[in-house]
Design a protein around this ligand. Structure first.
Ligand SMILES: NC(=O)c1ccc[n+]([C@@H]2O[C@H](COP(=O)([O-])OP(=O)(O)OC[C@H]3O[C@@H](n4cnc5c(N)ncnc54)[C@H](OP(=O)(O)O)[C@@H]3O)[C@@H](O)[C@H]2O)c1
Length: 278
């Protein structure tokens, strides 16, 4: 699978795996961990989770999936904004590491911006990086203005990524945020890349492109997101058929005609669009 490199040189597959809504019910955990393991086998070795998901339950599912193969995975987790102060972040990170049953997190993100000053969060993240509890840090749901403010802070340039909503229905980042990140060789992580399997997957344009490639609309949405060299997509799938389809989407190359059909149905932004978030 094609890889995308962070500015520290570490490379990850262009398709990873999301975990939102995993770990919410005990009965589903085995199926969810199996799905993640299948994804790892198929090369989707980046796993994205958060302390918020399933109230810690998703991190426990990730731990189950990683048992005996931690080194094969790149683990991303997130701290809630109200835990993003110097002391609270240390405690939240320790809880995440315990639930994940690992010694370090590869990439730790501020889930969204809250009331804690960015400078304090960055200082806390840097301290954890220096202590070896995380290998890198980044942010999520920050728009261009916030990213500019972040970049100007001491060590702000160490930010590895911005994880944001990105799919054909939500492509406002193409106007300014994506070019801003690309200019700094900073990968963007696209969340909800298949539109949470809602209306997007029934859109005639995606159905038409899918038919041309004997693919599915979800695969087209994924291939569309990762057509940009700095975008990593993190679909969540608990169904093994979805996991297989998603991994295979890495090999689907859209043509100019395909992209034009998607542009007609979902026009690219003509000006600044405020960052959408879920
Ligand atoms: N930073 C943030 O604020 C933020 C916000 C939202 C999401 N995220 C991250 O991004 C990940 C992905 O986003 P998401 O979970 O919101 O939405 P998503 O990945 O766009 O959609 C997940 C839904 O799509 C279904 N699906 C997956 N692959 C499919 C396929 N090939 N064909 C048909 N249906 C398919 C899944 O079903 P099954 O599970 O039944 O397979 C699930 O219902 C999250 O899990 C989370 O890790 C981050």
């Amino acid at each position: 699978m094609r890889t995308v490199a962070f500015t520290d040189g570490r490379a990850v597959p262009v398709l990873g795996q999301g975990t939102w809504h995993m770990g919410e019910t005990r009965g589903a955990r085995r199926v969810e961990a199996d799905a993640l393991r299948l994804g790892l086998d198929l090369g989707m070795t980046l796993i994205d989770t958060a302390e918020m998901y399933g109230d810690g339950g998703a991190e426990e599912v990730v731990a189950e999936a990683l048992a005996g193969r931690r080194d094969a995975a790149f683990v991303v987790s997130k701290v809630l904004p109200h835990n993003a102060g110097r002391r609270a972040l240390r405690t939240a990170l320790a809880r995440s590491l315990r639930r994940l049953r690992i010694d370090w997190i590869d990439l730790y993100l501020l889930h969204w911006r809250g009331s804690v000053p960015l400078a304090e969060t960055v200082a806390a993240l840097e301290a954890e990086r220096e202590a070896g509890h995380i290998r890198a840090w980044g942010v999520s749901n920050l728009d261009t203005e916030d990213m500019t403010e972040l970049a100007a802070l001491p060590a702000g340039a160490h930010c590895a990524t911005d994880q944001v909503l990105y799919n054909p229905q939500a492509r406002g980042i193409e106007f300014d945020l994506l070019p801003w990140c690309a200019a700094r060789a900073m990968p963007v992580m696209a969340y909800s890349p298949v539109g949470q399997a809602g209306r997007l997957l029934r859109a005639p344009a995606l159905l038409e492109v899918a038919r041309r490639h004997q693919a599915t609309p979800a695969q087209v949405a994924l291939a569309w997101a990762i057509r940009h060299p700095h975008v990593i997509a993190i679909p969540k799938a608990a169904d093994p058929a979805h996991v297989r389809a998603n991994a295979a989407a890495a090999a689907l190359a859209l043509t100019a005609e395909d992209c034009a059909a998607i542009d007609r149905a979902f026009p690219p932004p003509a000006g600044k669009v405020r960052l959408a978030m879920l």
